[in-house]
Design a protein around this ligand. Sequence first.
Ligand SMILES: *Cc1c(COP(=O)(O)O)cnc(C)c1O
Length: 411
Amino acid sequence: MTLGLTTRLLHADHFKGVEHGATHEPTHTAVAFGYESARDLAAVFQGDRSGHVYGRQGNPTSAALERKVSMLEGGTGTVTFATGMGAIAAVLLSLLRRGDHLVASRFLFGNTSSLLQTIESLGCEVTLVDATESGAVAAAIGPHTRMVFTETVANPRTQVADLAGIGRLCAERGILFVVDNTMTTPYLFQPAAVDAGLVVNSLTKSISGHGNVLGGAVTDTGRFDWSRYPNILPPYRKGPAAGWGLLQVRKKGLRDMGATLSGEAAHRISTGAETLALRMDRACDNALRLATWLSAQPGVVQVHYPGLEAHPQHARARELFRQFGALMSFELEDRRDPFAFLDALKVVIKSSHLGDNRTLAIPVAHTIFFEMGRERREAMGIAESLIRLSIGIEDYADLQDDFAVALAATA
Ligand SMILES: *Cc1c(COP(=O)(O)O)cnc(C)c1O
């Protein structure tokens, strides 16, 4: 019997067997785990027996969430982290070494771009490319290229990466392909389908969905041959090569760097994730309707949303993704004040978060892309009036009414 995604999410804990017939894995708060026999303790330390030793490397509640994320992504294993950035930092810092070359999308989440500057300062070479064209990635690859990193749909302009093309290229060249799937979630898209080796998700966003918990995850899809990866340290070349990469990410990224997800946070993410499919269906439906409506309104110059036929990668998004996502952005005509527009919204919240049940709006150039300055914004195609929306699950009519009032207020 093959069960659907929501059924498997809902029943993952009790199928595995939880004491007292509980339907949820309990929230484990213990930091230490004791063993009857000292030999067992040693065997767990040496990786010869599974078990928990100290809370910084995870606990039974985060392990239950890791099984669910692996199931969602169709992966072979997952390591969870305290935040999405914790997960990305763990991937880059535990798998790259001085002298390595990384090719990354030019359209990345701002804090990831900032982290890449840190990686460069530690002696890695980073080349930023237009990831909507796999040819640009191919041209950037050199003899020391270890990894290609991209997101699925870029924030805020919604460029869709050439995921299939880059995946083929990396498979041919034996290069590790890492995809940040936060914007699509494994409900809309599984990067394993395009041969990504590792998938990163910020669990803070749509997977938990309620804006009440931080978390991140790294999933191994089983597609990458770790025996060919030169940076795996001797202690982690243990057992089948399929497990080496994630073992190093767990040991270096969690044990040594310490951005560990707590049991309480893992529990909250797990309960949020139960409704992932329902929430995404509703949010994506709202987003497509609103984007279509907004693009027909006077005063709105451009709407960037992969679900619109005018979007440059619309056909690609249609082919790869179940739906077009909940993120969009748009520009107002010059004579309208984006601040007055935003202040006229009564339902939509002015906030920097995304992937929340509530619809959120933010003036991009003045907030999340302020630090980089006007010149870099222009190079990235970020208009000064660009407004980013993360669409929630409100009743659609209320959203459209809210935007209609705000547009009228600035006419
Ligand atoms: C938010 C976000 C992150 C970082 O996640 P946090 O949980 O906030 O640390 C990484 N990548 C993308 C695409 C994001 O939107």
